[in-house]
Design a protein around this ligand. Structure first.
Ligand SMILES: [Zn+2]
Length: 229
């Protein structure tokens, strides 16, 4: 895996995490989502307007009759869905605000949040990736609300994604939010671009992992894997 898009927020240390790769059609090239420098110059309203016009054109080219009652609202619906829902995680304004709390219970063991369901989209085909994320960390004295872990997963899922990048983005965001290196993320997901088109394998899922700090040690990693079963 190449990680040539280091960002200032996340000093990357290649020794401190591992990620699996899933084949030549879906290789991530950077931990950062590739965005243009002018990505946020247009307002959301303007983006919706422009996407609506272009999506209408795509439907017309395919020969669809946009005067049909069932189809006429589709370009606008798709445009709003892209900007306000399924790709809303592109906009840093939508990044969850994370408050840290003192770990007043003095809980110093592993905390595991498992089976976090997410819906993302493959950036190569713009069809869904549906999966579960399992996340763990060991508190360095600070903790975050459990719902915030879920929100971090959902924020990065709501982008055009490849699974390896999603895994790394969640892991790095948690390290930063929690102020600890001891973070693990495992993602198990089905890619509709694999199941519904191409080779049409309806049963396969892809597993990717991010292990940092103590999770790079076999015993800690095994304990986490045992919990997520
Ligand atoms: Zn795909």
């Amino acid at each position: 895996m190449k990680l040539n898009g280091t960002s200032s927020n996340f000093p990357l240390n290649l020794e401190d995490f591992t990620a699996t790769e899933i084949g030549d059609e879906h290789v991530a090239t950077s931990v950062d989502t590739p965005l243009r420098p002018d990505a946020f110059e247009l307002s959301d309203e303007e983006k919706i307007k422009r996407i609506e016009a272009h999506f209408r054109e795509i439907m017309l080219i395919m020969g669809l009759d946009l005067t049909d009652d069932s189809l006429k609202g589709t370009p606008k619906r798709v445009a709003k869905m892209y900007i306000q829902e399924i790709f809303s995680g592109l906009n840093p304004e939508n990044k969850p605000k994370i408050a840290l709390f003192d770990n007043k219970y003095q809980y110093s063991q592993m905390l595991v949040e498992k089976d976090i369901t997410f819906y993302s989209n493959c950036e190569h085909h713009f069809v869904p990736i549906i999966g579960k994320a399992h996340v763990a960390y060991i508190s360095s004295g600070k903790v975050i609300g459990l719902s915030k872990i879920n929100r971090i997963v959902q924020y990065y899922a709501k982008r055009p994604q490849v699974q390896e990048r999603l895994t790394n983005q969640i892991g790095l965001a948690l390290k930063q939010a929690l102020g600890t290196k001891d973070v693990a993320v495992v993602i198990d997901a089905a890619h509709l671009c694999v199941s519904s088109r191409g080779i049409q394998d309806t049963n396969s899922t892809t597993i990717t992992a991010f292990y940092s700090g103590k999770f790079a040690e076999e015993a800690t990693r095994q304990e986490f894997l045992k919990y997520i079963g």
